[in-house]
Design a protein around this ligand. Structure first.
Ligand SMILES: Cc1cc2nc3c(=O)[nH]c(=O)nc-3n(C[C@H](O)[C@H](O)[C@H](O)COP(=O)(O)OP(=O)(O)OC[C@H]3O[C@@H](n4cnc5c(N)ncnc54)[C@H](O)[C@@H]3O)c2cc1C
Length: 459
């Protein structure tokens, strides 16, 4: 599309030249967080308001122009990566926190607001927006909504679906659907916001969201513990859930290979020796700094005496706490050796060890120099796997087969929190029935009959 093309001309006329990025300026942008190659697309449009988004979508409908919506571009499944024939709709100029209601526990936020900016603005008012994930500094509230993001606090607060009270979205024909509910309870008919949560931008563009807030915790206690077996990791989780009375907010398990992969030479400093088979990073949040600290310490001592854990380290400062979380969240030392394939699956906790063993074994059989690193949000039934074949080449589909095929016997899901995007599309039928898929297609056909919104993603 050249600058003179009818769609670009119409967009410039409707939104002004500053809102449309083309040519050289466009190719200076990276394709995504994961892919530094230049962006290739027809143009990128940056609406500043819901009305602008509606204008853009009407123009696209008039010209039958497909488009992809982009937030922070941190998506792990190529869902926001543009195709050459597509227009990009970026929410980057729609980033305001419009209002905060401390009493009602809500914030009204535009879709392009960065998650960390929202968290920090709310913390200044003693409020917590509990969604939290490694991409917090780049991902947006709109992207979090569209992917139904999970992250490290799901155990206590739920996924994005549980944290969105209302939203506004624009349909493929430009119609604005305003469903900006602020109440915890509203059973007046269908809960239409759910059409846009977790549907990865295929049914509409999310423009504004009403978020559910919580009081900012007064205390936070963290520990990294070492375990001799997965059985211990499971028993420890049950014990902590009972003994810490609902204050457990994170329980992340790392297989020994993952811990060794991210610590040591060229990696993070290992706070515990590197030879244990399993590690868990756990965190609690509470309202009584002194009492919570004592209770936490007591529970950790008791599980140590009972032989549930074999070693532990408790951070003494925010810096030390951050360093522990870096082990879990910053894994470039593994992913920078390519090829490396990233997975996000879910299955019952009781089947995790058998499943992981099976995948680790098949990776070794397929690629003797290969490695499979396992870690994740164990308490949510969610594991991440990084498969590195250890040789050059494109082995993505072989790797997918090794990871996804054994899931079927455990009734697991090929996507716990990252969505389907483009990458997992061939495997969607592994986790959904034909009837479910037909219903999804029928919703898509009703809301976007000309297949203009994120075409080819999910379905
Ligand atoms: C280091 C790292 C750690 C991560 N950890 C986690 C984790 O723990 N849990 C987790 O769930 N995810 C995680 N992710 C994945 C990613 O951060 C989330 O999927 C996030 O919610 C995507 O937000 P985004 O703004 O970057 O969206 P994008 O990547 O820009 O888009 C994601 C999808 O949503 C659509 N979309 C974006 N904005 C809108 C909108 N306003 N309206 C409609 N559709 C829209 C896009 O078209 C695309 O399909 C991680 C990613 C990285 C890089």
């Amino acid at each position: 599309m050249s600058e003179q093309s009818p769609v670009v001309s119409a967009l410039i006329e409707a939104l002004g030249p500053d809102a449309v990025i083309l040519g050289e300026a466009l190719s200076q942008r990276a394709t995504s967080y994961w892919d530094a190659r230049p962006t290739r697309a027809q143009a990128l449009v940056r609406p500043g308001s819901t009305e602008d988004v509606s204008r853009v979508l009407k123009i696209c409908a008039d010209w039958n122009q497909p488009l992809v919506t982009q937030g922070g571009q941190t998506c792990c499944t190529l869902g926001a990566d543009p195709r050459a024939e597509e227009l990009i709709l970026s929410t980057e100029r729609m980033n305001a926190i419009e209002s905060i209601d401390a009493l009602g526990g809500t914030a009204t936020v535009q879709a392009g607001a960065i998650l960390q900016t929202v968290q920090e603005a709310l913390a200044e008012q003693d409020l917590l927006f509990p969604l939290d994930l490694g991409a917090r500094g780049s991902c947006t509230i709109g992207g979090n909504t569209a992917t139904n993001a999970g992250g490290i606090n799901v155990l206590r607060y739920g996924m994005m679906r549980n944290l969105v009270l209302g939203l506004e979205a624009v349909l493929a024909d430009g119609t604005v659907v305003s469903s900006m509910n602020q109440m915890l309870k509203n059973n007046a008919g269908y809960d239409l916001k759910q059409l846009f949560i977790g549907t990865e931008g295929t049914l509409g563009v999310v423009t504004r969201v009403v978020l559910r807030l919580f009081p900012l915790p007064r205390s936070r206690h963290t520990a990294l513990v070492a375990l001799d077996s997965f059985e211990q990791a499971s028993q420890l989780l049950r014990t902590l859930q009972k003994d810490l009375a609902g204050s457990l907010s994170a329980y992340e398990v790392m297989w020994g290979t993952y811990y060794r992969g991210v610590t040591g030479e060229g990696g993070h400093r290992p706070p515990l020796t590197r030879d244990y088979p399993f590690y868990a990073l756990l965190e609690t949040e509470g309202a009584d700094p002194e009492g919570d600290g004592e209770r936490f310490q007591c529970v950790i001592e008791r599980v140590f005496e009972d032989g549930l854990i074999v070693d532990a380290v408790l951070p003494k400062s925010e810096g030390e706490r951050r360093a522990l979380w870096d082990i879990r969240e910053n894994f470039e030392m593994i992913t920078s050796c390519t090829p490396c394939y990233l997975y996000d699956v879910s299955l019952p906790i009781s089947d995790m060890e058998t499943y992981a063993d099976q995948v680790i074994r098949s990776v070794k059989q397929q690629w003797p120099d290969g490695e499979c690193y396992v870690f994740g949000h164990m308490a949510d039934g969610n594991l991440h796997l990084f498969v590195r074949p250890g040789i050059d080449g494109d082995f993505h589909s072989d790797s997918d087969r090794l990871v996804y095929e054994p899931l079927k016997q455990f009734n697991g899901s090929v996507s716990a929190e990252h969505g389907i995007g483009v990458e997992k599309k061939p495997w969607l039928g592994h986790s959904r029935t034909e009837v479910e898929l037909a219903l999804m297609r029928s919703l898509k056909q009703t809301l976007d009959p000309h297949n203009l919104l994120n075409p080819g993603r999910v379905l």
